[in-house]
Ligand binder design. Sequence first.
Ligand SMILES: [Zn+2]
Length: 296
Amino acid sequence: MKKILFLVIILAIAAGLFWAVSNRAVRFVSSKPKIVVSGYVPYTLTKQLVGNTAEVLMLLPPGAEPHSFEPTPGALVALNQADAFIYVSDELEPWAADLAKTVGEQTRVLQLAKLIRPDKDPHIWMDFYKAELMVYQIGALLAEIAPQNRSVTDKNWKNFDAQLYELKEAFQAGLSHCKYNEVVHIGHLAFGNLLRPYGITLTALSGSSHEGEHSAKKIAQLAREINAKKIPAIFTEDVISPRLAQTVAAETGAEILPLYSIEHISKQDFENQVSYTDLMHRNLENLKRGLVCPAF
Ligand SMILES: [Zn+2]
């Protein structure tokens, strides 16, 4: 009886959560240019450029992950009112590719990966040069849909380019002479493009989406590898249960450090409008700590 009651309570909580997520209001409230974006990557890049001159609605709720998201009916209404719909790629967000097919002529569709050479790894924004190209496409789109705001967006664009340049320099300087050159990530393969330029290899628990088995055997194998190489830190991401990283940490004594893939965002970071460059600076600090790099 107790078991049944417990199950009923769990189901009620799950239904409540589903209701809260599916009823999250996705609607425009101003007369500014209207932009719908799939997830946090196009959101933060677009916001960086438009500032307060346009309204930007994100379909993926904070905390959700983009590879297997189901949009709500409210998304369709917002899309039909939007001047533009921006998403990363058909590969990363098949659901956004489906939505893009439903929009009317009044909504411009921008798939950011379109100008970028296809790659097995869909996390293209992890490469700073590709991120620059993504921003370029957003800038060109804004010039078309909101030419009246061009002086603001051009200025913001220039600032963002300068921030990206600084970021590249900081990564180059910060990760050049580290004691370790292997990132063990208790998450999915999202960081290859970020780490490759600095000769850092990536071992991840899952593949390039969030699916994949986290078998006890695989975790034990990873723990053995960490112990053998005396790796001092493991990296994790917030959408994956912390239990896995804690299990590996308990068996190896490794410190757990977060890495931010930017494709999903915590509620708190979303409320604080934490930007692409902010998250990348956090990544750099944690990488420098975990890989034991100089000047830390
Ligand atoms: Zn991903």
